[in-house]
Design a protein around this ligand. Structure first.
Ligand code: PLP
Length: 355
């Protein structure tokens, strides 16, 4: 029997991935030129499916890069001349702000203690801010920001670009793209695919900002600038030789997800999340780490373990179930359970029954 991975990324493969791998080999996908019409039609199909599944407006662009971390760097390079502002609720939002700092930008932050919730009304964002960054689903602690709070910030600061990290929330999360400028994810989490591909969705005005910086003579990078990515994407191509297999597999898996139906994916995620949270809320040795219920992540369930996480992680390993440990400083205190489309209701029930 193979292992069942509840780790929050890389995670369990979406069940149809092996068959698509086999087809890719059979159809020479691993050898075709990235300038061929076969590649162009793969690119076109994958972006079309993403638009359908995530409900992305037609005038928003979709780019393929190598990881979510790369995308954070590219967003800063292509949209910030001087100042970015970051809402910090864990390690990944911290990483985004650190990337901006490393690129020598002025970095402003508003941080919440992991035991509290953001009080967005009280936050003052200076008028010099060019970009506001959110980590919608903080994978490190299982904290999810309500999209409505992001839209309210957009209404208050309509001229500022808004970036939203949805790495561990996609394809579950439903966003109103007209109220944000960037959303991005990598595929080894909610899409159940091998790592090595990042996807960036961006608004027309975000592209305009990068063109403005370029024309002003500011460095916005080299091969992965947004104007360059856009000129290739308009031909269903990428500037460099991309992860062709990754783009192909993402097209196939999004096909399968569309056949299952996006509403079904979302309602099943909610059902599994509610089974997990209600079980751990009533367990004497385990407690959901996030106490404010309205910011608990549906897709990454983080549980504090009274007697440490190692014993249960080891026990479940004997049953071929791989749990995520806590993130960094929480390693021995927390377990993290991914609740992605690859995880079935039966598998989640089996996991619960082993506690
Ligand atoms: C995993 C993760 C990242 C980093 O993704 P990579 O593909 O490893 O670059 C960024 N943000 C969040 C919220 C994540 O969960």
């Amino acid at each position: 029997m193979k292992n069942l991975f509840f780790t929050p990324g890389p995670t369990h493969l979406y069940p149809t991935v092996p068959q698509h791998y086999y087809t890719a080999l059979k159809e020479d996908i691993l050898s075709i030129s990235h300038r061929s019409t076969v590649f162009q039609s793969i690119f076109n199909q994958t972006t079309y499916n993403l638009r359908m599944l995530l409900e992305i407006p037609d005038n928003y662009h979709i780019f393929f890069l190598s990881s979510a971390t790369e995308i954070m760097e590219r967003i800063i390079q292509n949209s910030v001349e001087n100042t970015s502002f970051h809402f910090i609720n864990g390690a990944f939002s911290q990483l985004f702000s650190q990337i901006s700092r490393n690129l020598k930008k002025e970095v402003l932050t508003h941080e919440v203690d992991s035991k509290e919730c953001f009080l967005f009304d009280r936050v003052k964002i200076p008028f010099t801010t060019e970009l506001i960054a959110f980590t919608q689903n903080e994978t490190s602690i299982g904290y999810a920001i309500n999209p409505q709070d992001i839209y309210n910030i957009h209404k208050k600061y309509p001229d500022v670009l808004i970036a939203v990290d949805i790495v561990s929330a996609a394809p579950y999360i439903h966003l109103d793209y007209s109220q944000i400028d960037y959303a991005f994810f990598s595929v080894q989490k909610g899409f159940g695919l091998p790592a090595g591909l990042g996807v960036l969705i961006l608004s027309p005005r975000a592209l305009t900002k990068s063109e403005y910086l370029l024309n002003k003579g500011i460095s916005i990078g080299s091969y992965h600038t947004f104007p360059k990515l856009q000129s290739y994407a308009s031909k269903n191509q990428t500037p460099e030789t991309p992860n062709v297999l990754g783009i192909y597999l993402l097209g196939k898996v999004t096909d399968d997800m569309l056949s299952r139906g996006r509403d079904t994916l979302r309602s099943e995620t909610d059902e599994k999340a509610s089974a997990l949270y209600s079980f751990f809320e009533n367990h004497p040795n385990y407690t959901p780490y996030i106490s404010c219920k309205n910011v608990r992540s549906q897709t990454v369930v983080v549980i504090e373990c009274k007697h440490g996480s190692q014993t249960i992680i080891d026990n479940l390993k004997h049953h071929k179930i791989i749990l995520g440990s806590g993130y960094k400083s929480y390693r021995t205190r927390h377990i993290r359970i991914a609740n992605f489309p690859a995880h079935t209701i039966q598998e989640v029930q089996r996991l619960i029954s082993l506690f």
